[in-house]
Design a binder for this molecule. Structure first.
Ligand code: CTP
Ligand code: MG
Length: 251
Protein backbone atom coordinates (compact mmCIF):
# COMPACT_ATOMS: atom_id res chain seq x y z
CA UNK A 1 0.00 0.00 0.00
CA UNK A 2 1.14 3.53 -0.74
CA UNK A 3 0.85 6.07 2.08
CA UNK A 4 1.33 9.77 1.41
CA UNK A 5 2.63 12.09 4.13
CA UNK A 6 1.88 15.82 3.84
CA UNK A 7 3.91 18.40 5.76
CA UNK A 8 1.39 21.19 6.42
CA UNK A 9 2.63 22.52 9.75
CA UNK A 10 4.35 25.65 8.47
CA UNK A 11 3.29 29.18 9.36
CA UNK A 12 3.35 30.55 5.83
CA UNK A 13 5.38 33.59 6.83
CA UNK A 14 6.29 34.56 3.25
CA UNK A 15 2.60 34.52 2.29
CA UNK A 16 1.93 37.25 4.87
CA UNK A 17 -1.68 36.17 5.28
CA UNK A 18 -1.52 36.00 9.08
CA UNK A 19 -2.49 32.32 8.96
CA UNK A 20 -1.25 28.95 7.73
CA UNK A 21 -1.22 29.43 3.94
CA UNK A 22 -2.42 25.87 3.24
CA UNK A 23 -5.79 26.85 4.74
CA UNK A 24 -6.21 29.78 2.32
CA UNK A 25 -8.99 29.47 -0.23
CA UNK A 26 -7.93 28.68 -3.78
CA UNK A 27 -10.91 29.01 -6.12
CA UNK A 28 -13.43 27.57 -3.71
CA UNK A 29 -11.39 25.06 -1.70
CA UNK A 30 -8.58 25.35 0.84
CA UNK A 31 -5.16 24.61 -0.68
CA UNK A 32 -4.70 21.61 1.66
CA UNK A 33 -8.03 20.10 0.61
CA UNK A 34 -7.15 20.45 -3.09
CA UNK A 35 -3.83 18.70 -2.49
CA UNK A 36 -5.43 15.82 -0.59
CA UNK A 37 -8.11 15.39 -3.26
CA UNK A 38 -5.49 15.12 -6.01
CA UNK A 39 -3.81 12.26 -4.14
CA UNK A 40 -7.18 10.66 -3.47
CA UNK A 41 -7.70 10.57 -7.24
CA UNK A 42 -4.73 8.23 -7.65
CA UNK A 43 -5.92 4.65 -7.50
CA UNK A 44 -2.59 3.59 -6.04
CA UNK A 45 -2.82 5.73 -2.90
CA UNK A 46 -4.23 3.96 0.17
CA UNK A 47 -3.75 6.30 3.11
CA UNK A 48 -3.04 9.98 3.81
CA UNK A 49 -1.20 11.45 6.81
CA UNK A 50 -1.33 15.21 7.30
CA UNK A 51 1.10 16.83 9.69
CA UNK A 52 -0.19 20.18 10.97
CA UNK A 53 0.67 22.60 13.76
CA UNK A 54 -0.42 21.23 17.13
CA UNK A 55 -2.96 24.02 17.74
CA UNK A 56 -4.58 23.36 14.33
CA UNK A 57 -5.07 19.60 14.76
CA UNK A 58 -8.69 19.66 16.06
CA UNK A 59 -9.85 22.25 13.52
CA UNK A 60 -8.27 20.48 10.54
CA UNK A 61 -9.59 17.07 11.64
CA UNK A 62 -13.04 18.61 11.77
CA UNK A 63 -12.64 20.32 8.40
CA UNK A 64 -11.53 17.13 6.64
CA UNK A 65 -14.49 15.20 8.04
CA UNK A 66 -16.70 17.32 5.81
CA UNK A 67 -14.77 16.64 2.62
CA UNK A 68 -16.10 13.82 0.49
CA UNK A 69 -13.94 11.80 -1.86
CA UNK A 70 -10.88 11.66 0.41
CA UNK A 71 -8.90 8.48 1.03
CA UNK A 72 -8.63 7.54 4.76
CA UNK A 73 -6.72 10.34 6.46
CA UNK A 74 -4.91 10.81 9.78
CA UNK A 75 -4.07 14.26 11.15
CA UNK A 76 -0.99 14.43 13.37
CA UNK A 77 0.92 17.22 15.12
CA UNK A 78 3.97 18.49 13.22
CA UNK A 79 7.21 20.00 14.46
CA UNK A 80 9.27 23.17 14.28
CA UNK A 81 10.95 22.17 10.98
CA UNK A 82 9.50 20.54 7.88
CA UNK A 83 11.72 17.49 8.49
CA UNK A 84 10.37 17.06 12.04
CA UNK A 85 6.79 17.40 10.79
CA UNK A 86 7.41 14.56 8.33
CA UNK A 87 9.19 12.46 10.99
CA UNK A 88 6.06 12.73 13.15
CA UNK A 89 3.93 11.61 10.23
CA UNK A 90 6.20 8.62 9.57
CA UNK A 91 5.53 7.33 13.09
CA UNK A 92 1.93 6.76 12.04
CA UNK A 93 2.48 4.73 8.86
CA UNK A 94 0.04 1.82 8.58
CA UNK A 95 1.79 -1.56 8.82
CA UNK A 96 0.82 -2.54 5.24
CA UNK A 97 2.65 0.48 3.76
CA UNK A 98 5.41 -0.48 1.32
CA UNK A 99 5.90 2.86 -0.46
CA UNK A 100 5.82 6.28 1.20
CA UNK A 101 5.33 9.53 -0.71
CA UNK A 102 6.10 12.87 0.87
CA UNK A 103 4.35 15.87 -0.66
CA UNK A 104 4.19 19.53 0.32
CA UNK A 105 0.63 20.43 1.24
CA UNK A 106 1.40 23.75 -0.47
CA UNK A 107 1.58 22.11 -3.95
CA UNK A 108 -2.10 21.67 -4.87
CA UNK A 109 -1.50 21.64 -8.65
CA UNK A 110 0.19 18.24 -8.61
CA UNK A 111 -1.14 15.97 -11.38
CA UNK A 112 -2.31 12.41 -10.83
CA UNK A 113 0.03 11.28 -13.61
CA UNK A 114 3.09 12.63 -11.76
CA UNK A 115 1.92 11.00 -8.51
CA UNK A 116 1.60 7.65 -10.29
CA UNK A 117 4.93 8.03 -12.12
CA UNK A 118 6.75 8.72 -8.83
CA UNK A 119 5.11 5.69 -7.21
CA UNK A 120 6.09 3.42 -10.12
CA UNK A 121 9.70 4.63 -10.13
CA UNK A 122 10.00 4.39 -6.34
CA UNK A 123 8.79 0.78 -6.53
CA UNK A 124 11.25 -0.07 -9.30
CA UNK A 125 14.32 1.82 -8.05
CA UNK A 126 13.79 2.39 -4.32
CA UNK A 127 13.59 6.18 -4.52
CA UNK A 128 12.13 8.71 -6.97
CA UNK A 129 11.63 12.46 -6.92
CA UNK A 130 9.55 14.79 -9.07
CA UNK A 131 11.57 17.55 -10.73
CA UNK A 132 11.68 19.86 -13.74
CA UNK A 133 14.68 20.88 -15.88
CA UNK A 134 16.11 24.21 -14.69
CA UNK A 135 14.92 27.01 -16.96
CA UNK A 136 17.72 29.38 -16.02
CA UNK A 137 21.48 28.97 -15.77
CA UNK A 138 22.44 28.35 -12.15
CA UNK A 139 25.64 29.43 -10.39
CA UNK A 140 27.33 27.98 -7.35
CA UNK A 141 28.34 31.04 -5.33
CA UNK A 142 30.91 31.08 -2.53
CA UNK A 143 30.62 32.76 0.86
CA UNK A 144 32.01 36.05 -0.46
CA UNK A 145 29.43 36.15 -3.27
CA UNK A 146 31.92 35.28 -5.99
CA UNK A 147 31.00 32.78 -8.68
CA UNK A 148 32.59 29.45 -7.87
CA UNK A 149 31.14 27.28 -10.61
CA UNK A 150 28.55 27.01 -13.37
CA UNK A 151 26.98 23.56 -13.43
CA UNK A 152 26.03 22.56 -17.01
CA UNK A 153 22.35 23.42 -17.34
CA UNK A 154 21.34 20.01 -18.66
CA UNK A 155 22.55 18.57 -15.36
CA UNK A 156 20.51 20.92 -13.19
CA UNK A 157 16.96 20.05 -12.20
CA UNK A 158 14.66 21.92 -9.89
CA UNK A 159 13.28 19.51 -7.36
CA UNK A 160 9.63 19.38 -6.31
CA UNK A 161 7.47 16.92 -4.44
CA UNK A 162 6.18 14.20 -4.38
CA UNK A 163 9.28 12.30 -3.39
CA UNK A 164 8.67 8.57 -2.98
CA UNK A 165 10.69 5.83 -1.33
CA UNK A 166 10.42 2.26 -0.20
CA UNK A 167 9.34 2.43 3.41
CA UNK A 168 12.45 0.73 4.86
CA UNK A 169 14.76 3.10 2.97
CA UNK A 170 12.96 6.26 4.08
CA UNK A 171 12.71 5.12 7.70
CA UNK A 172 16.46 4.30 7.76
CA UNK A 173 17.24 7.71 6.26
CA UNK A 174 15.18 9.51 8.91
CA UNK A 175 16.74 7.41 11.66
CA UNK A 176 20.24 8.24 10.45
CA UNK A 177 19.44 11.94 10.10
CA UNK A 178 18.16 12.00 13.66
CA UNK A 179 21.23 10.17 14.99
CA UNK A 180 23.57 12.56 13.17
CA UNK A 181 21.56 15.70 13.95
CA UNK A 182 21.33 16.28 10.19
CA UNK A 183 18.71 18.72 8.89
CA UNK A 184 18.05 18.60 5.14
CA UNK A 185 15.93 20.73 2.84
CA UNK A 186 14.13 17.81 1.19
CA UNK A 187 13.63 14.09 1.80
CA UNK A 188 15.91 13.06 -1.00
CA UNK A 189 18.98 14.58 0.68
CA UNK A 190 18.34 12.43 3.75
CA UNK A 191 18.14 9.32 1.58
CA UNK A 192 21.19 10.38 -0.50
CA UNK A 193 23.25 9.96 2.69
CA UNK A 194 22.51 6.21 2.49
CA UNK A 195 24.06 6.09 -1.01
CA UNK A 196 21.07 4.41 -2.59
CA UNK A 197 19.89 5.28 -6.12
CA UNK A 198 17.17 7.90 -6.52
CA UNK A 199 15.57 8.49 -9.88
CA UNK A 200 14.40 11.86 -11.17
CA UNK A 201 10.88 11.79 -12.65
CA UNK A 202 10.07 14.66 -15.00
CA UNK A 203 7.17 16.62 -13.56
CA UNK A 204 5.37 19.76 -14.74
CA UNK A 205 6.20 23.45 -14.31
CA UNK A 206 2.60 23.78 -13.09
CA UNK A 207 3.40 21.95 -9.86
CA UNK A 208 4.35 25.18 -8.07
CA UNK A 209 4.77 25.50 -4.32
CA UNK A 210 2.46 28.25 -3.18
CA UNK A 211 4.86 30.44 -1.22
CA UNK A 212 4.28 34.18 -1.80
CA UNK A 213 1.05 36.13 -2.60
CA UNK A 214 1.69 36.15 -6.37
CA UNK A 215 1.75 32.35 -6.38
CA UNK A 216 -1.98 32.44 -5.57
CA UNK A 217 -2.60 34.48 -8.74
CA UNK A 218 -0.53 32.06 -10.81
CA UNK A 219 -2.33 29.05 -9.34
CA UNK A 220 -5.72 30.66 -10.05
CA UNK A 221 -4.73 31.30 -13.66
CA UNK A 222 -3.58 27.69 -14.10
CA UNK A 223 -6.76 26.30 -12.52
CA UNK A 224 -8.94 28.57 -14.64
CA UNK A 225 -7.21 27.33 -17.76
CA UNK A 226 -7.73 23.72 -16.68
CA UNK A 227 -11.40 24.42 -16.03
CA UNK A 228 -11.69 25.83 -19.54
CA UNK A 229 -10.37 22.55 -20.82
CA UNK A 230 -7.51 24.35 -22.49
CA UNK A 231 -4.63 22.27 -21.22
CA UNK A 232 -2.23 20.00 -23.04
CA UNK A 233 -3.75 18.17 -25.96
CA UNK A 234 -6.75 20.44 -26.13
CA UNK A 235 -4.53 23.47 -26.54
CA UNK A 236 -2.64 21.74 -29.33
CA UNK A 237 -5.87 20.85 -31.08
CA UNK A 238 -7.06 24.44 -30.73
CA UNK A 239 -3.86 25.67 -32.35
CA UNK A 240 -4.30 23.32 -35.29
CA UNK A 241 -7.91 24.33 -35.74
CA UNK A 242 -7.01 28.01 -35.73
CA UNK A 243 -4.31 27.44 -38.34
CA UNK A 244 -6.68 25.44 -40.54
CA UNK A 245 -9.34 28.11 -40.28
CA UNK A 246 -6.87 30.83 -41.27
CA UNK A 247 -5.75 28.84 -44.32
CA UNK A 248 -9.36 28.35 -45.36
CA UNK A 249 -10.13 32.06 -45.03
CA UNK A 250 -7.10 32.97 -47.13
CA UNK A 251 -8.19 30.78 -50.01
N1 CTP B 1 6.07 22.66 6.87
C1 CTP B 1 5.82 21.78 7.93
N2 CTP B 1 6.41 22.00 9.15
C2 CTP B 1 7.24 23.04 9.33
C3 CTP B 1 7.53 23.92 8.26
C4 CTP B 1 6.92 23.70 7.02
O1 CTP B 1 5.08 20.82 7.79
N3 CTP B 1 7.77 23.24 10.54
C5 CTP B 1 5.39 22.43 5.56
C6 CTP B 1 4.58 23.63 5.09
O2 CTP B 1 3.29 23.63 5.71
C7 CTP B 1 4.53 23.44 3.58
C8 CTP B 1 5.81 22.66 3.28
O3 CTP B 1 6.33 22.21 4.53
O4 CTP B 1 3.42 22.67 3.15
C9 CTP B 1 6.82 23.51 2.54
O5 CTP B 1 7.27 24.58 3.38
P1 CTP B 1 7.15 26.13 3.05
O6 CTP B 1 6.69 26.34 1.66
O7 CTP B 1 8.39 26.78 3.53
O8 CTP B 1 5.91 26.58 3.99
P2 CTP B 1 5.91 27.46 5.29
O9 CTP B 1 7.06 27.07 6.17
O10 CTP B 1 4.55 27.42 5.87
O11 CTP B 1 6.15 28.93 4.70
P3 CTP B 1 7.24 30.02 5.16
O12 CTP B 1 8.59 29.34 5.04
O13 CTP B 1 7.05 31.15 4.21
O14 CTP B 1 6.90 30.38 6.58
MG1 MG C 1 9.14 27.29 5.48
Amino acid sequence: MVTAVFPAAGRGRRMQAGMNKVLLDLMGAPILVRTLLQFSHSRQIGYLIVSVAEDEVPFIRQMLRHVSGLKPVAVVAGGSERQYSIANGLRRLPEETDIVLVHDAARPLISVSTIDAVIDAARAVGGAIAAVPAKSTMKIVNGERFVAETPPREMVWEVQTPQGFRKDILLSAYEKAEQDGYLGTDDSCLVERLHVPIQVVESSYRNIKITTPEDILIAEALLREEANGMSGLVRKAARHAKKGLKEQLMR
